[in-house]
Structures are given as structure tokens and as C-alpha cells.
Write a protein that binds this ligand. Structure first.
Ligand SMILES: [Zn+2]
Length: 248
């Protein structure tokens, strides 16, 4: 389910990745984009469905209990249409047993919504697939697999973040439906990597020294643009693993 108002997005065909979701209005950082809803099934069954649909849609893990969520109708608009990128503008946020997608930074009109699928490289059932990536980003890993270290890092963050959230774990065959209430926005956290929109005009600054990572995150999230430090001859393009990525 997409939680953006209808006029805010458009489903379009992409060159290499099937359909994608494109925004038609600017979206501020933290905005909840949608919730991955669908039918609950065993992981193995979800993999069969993925193959049947030619990997046009990937299932979502359901609370790490051997179950996956697969859309009831893959043709209907939903977050399952959001494509992978190694330099995404969205990320997942776990909330009362649901997987919400949110905007990592300001997203510009015309941009495609993307998320890092971050497939588990240790997932023996899926080893037969290479999952090549076609995101065309300068940060492309060439694959939709992520690192074990990153998965562990996310795992411990979310265990902490969702502590005390009580919800009923649904069984196989049930449909995971919408929550009654969604959070207004997701707050920034240093665990999230941030990548600017390389097509948007850079934002000029005249600082004499590079600001702290915290301050850079704030500016990057709010603008979604390259931060061009004119006096320093540096452009900030991303924050990855808490490290600033610059280009001179
Ligand atoms: Zn990539």
C-alpha cells in the first residue's frame, strides 16, 4: 500500500527494472511512503511466486519467523513496485510488525523512489540467484546482496527500536492489512546511509571548515542535494556507514 496522496506519485515503466514509482511532488525527509502488505506464506512458497512472476516482484520478510509477505495483487499500486538502488532515497522502518517505507531525505519531483533490497548473502535458499543490480548509481555494488555486517547492524538497531511494540504475529494464509494509525514521519538515525539526488542542482555553502557529520546529515536530509563547499572545493555526495563521501 502506498500512503502518499494519489497526486504525489505515478507508476511508470523503467528501462531495465520493470515498473517503478516516480514522485510528482517534492516529499520531505522522513515521510512515510507506504506499508508492505499482502498474503502471508512460507518463504519457499514466496520464492516460487517470485520466479513465476519473473522476479518482477520480491516478497518481504515477515518478522523473521520463516514467513514472507507477498502482494495479493502484484499489479495493484504498492511499495512492492519500488525498485532497488544501491544509492536509495527510501529505507524500511519496522513498526508494530509492519515494514514501512520512508523517505531518507527530501525527494525531488520526477525522482524514482528506490530502496536498497539488501538481500542476505547467507541465505542459502537464494544462493542460486545472482541478483545483479542495474541501478546505474556511482555507488552501485553490482548486486542486490548486502553485507552480513550491515544486516547485523540493522538487526540490532531494530531490536532496540521496536522493543515494547506489542502486536499479534499472524499465521500463514492471513492477509496483513493496513494499520489503524501510522507514524507521522521517521526520525533520522545515523544507521541510515544518505545519498543525494545527483541530478538536482548543488546547494552552495561558504563554510571555512567541513561541518560535523551530524550537521551534514541535517543539511543533506533537508535538501536532498549535493552540498557544495565552495571555499573548500568539496562536494558532499553521501554519508555511508557514518563516513562522509566527497568529490572535489
Ligand atoms: Zn546498484
Amino acid at each position: 500500500m502506498l500512503l502518499l496522496p494519489p497526486g504525489y506519485y505515478q507508476i511508470k515503466k523503467t528501462k531495465k527494472k520493470g515498473r517503478g514509482v516516480f514522485v510528482r511532488q517534492e516529499i520531505p525527509a522522513g515521510t512515510i511512503i507506504g506499508d508492505y502488505l499482502g498474503l502471508l506464506m512460507e518463504d519457499a512458497k514466496a520464492e516460487i511466486l517470485e520466479k513465476r512472476y519473473g522476479n518482477a516482484c520480491y516478497s518481504m520478510d515477515y518478522n523473521n519467523n520463516g514467513l514472507s509477505i507477498f502482494p495479493v495483487d502484484i499489479k495493484a499500486a504498492g511499495v512492492h513496485l519500488i525498485n532497488h538502488s544501491c544509492a536509495p532515497n527510501c529505507d524500511a522502518y519496522f513498526y508494530y510488525g509492519h515494514t514501512l517505507y520512508f523517505a531518507l531525505r527530501r525527494i525531488w519531483s520526477g525522482e524514482e523512489l528506490t530502496i536498497d533490497y539488501g538481500f542476505d548473502p547467507d541465505d542459502s535458499d537464494k544462493k542460486e540467484f545472482l541478483y545483479p543490480c542495474f541501478c546505474d548509481s556511482p555507488f552501485c555494488r553490482g548486486t542486490m546482496y548486502t553485507s552480513v555486517a550491515r544486516l547485523k547492524h540493522y538487526g540490532s538497531f531494530y531490536r532496540q527500536e521496536t522493543k515494547g511494540q506489542k502486536f499479534k504475529l499472524l499465521p500463514v494464509g492471513q492477509v496483513l492489512g493496513a494499520l489503524e494509525k501510522y507514524p507521522a514521519a521517521v526520525k533520522d538515525n545515523s544507521i541510515f546511509d544518505l545519498f543525494v539526488n545527483l541530478k538536482a542542482a548543488p546547494l552552495n555553502y561558504y563554510d571555512r571548515k567541513i561541518p560535523s557529520v551530524k550537521e551534514l546529515r541535517k543539511r543533506l536530509r533537508a535538501s536532498g542535494r549535493r552540498l557544495n563547499f565552495k571555499k573548500l572545493g568539496l562536494k558532499v555526495l553521501a554519508v555511508i556507514n557514518g563516513r562522509i563521501v566527497v568529490r572535489s
